[in-house]
Design a binder for this molecule. Sequence first.
Ligand SMILES: Cc1cc2nc3c(=O)[nH]c(=O)nc-3n(C[C@H](O)[C@H](O)[C@H](O)COP(=O)(O)O)c2cc1C
Length: 205
Amino acid sequence: MRATCCLLLAVVAELAPCLAQELKPIALPKPQTEGGKPLLRALQERKSTREFSAEKLSPQVLSNLLWAAFGVNRADGRRTAPSAMNAQEIDIYVALPEGVYRFEAGPHRLTPVAAGDLREKTGTQTYVAEAALNLIYVAHSRGKPNPDASADTGFVGQNVYLFCASEGLGTVFRGSVDRDGLAKALNLRPDQQITYAQSVGYPKK
Ligand SMILES: Cc1cc2nc3c(=O)[nH]c(=O)nc-3n(C[C@H](O)[C@H](O)[C@H](O)COP(=O)(O)O)c2cc1C
């Protein structure tokens, strides 16, 4: 019995990375870092949206979104959102219909994490499965709870809100996440902690 359990656990552990291997890394187009609506206009239009159309984001819009969210904006590697002591401990996982990827800000690319449509698992509300993508914010706790993880996530979330307002996208920042279930689905390490999630997509007309 014990041997069978061990075998099963080994198979499951083997399977998770295999699933990610079904996906290829995505080299994002160079982000467009100029243009968009004036800041005050974007602030005027910032709001939460919970009804999404099926329209996908183009690779360029996805690239721009991720750069705005938490991309590198200076030669020394600092980012578009602040982080306590520049720890940059928030990783953005992106749940697309084909799978989940981790955003690598330096090379500005998406690295596969898990194949398959996990959008529904990123929240407890029905619209999460309809949004073109869901961002999952994951903090490295470095062995102890990080008191700054929520604040650091909030800055990234607001960048996403403002980019979406500028681009005519809808978004909603979310605390309604089954964090344990989603961490399991993403095969996260114990020192990784899901803080919040955020749905993004074109609003339903
Ligand atoms: C920390 C935080 C958690 C939130 N969690 C959820 C959520 O789980 N589900 C949801 O639909 N909206 C969520 N929201 C969005 C708020 O409901 C929304 O910002 C608020 O109603 C004000 O609406 P507005 O963003 O359009 O101004 C959250 C917002 C914040 C800041």
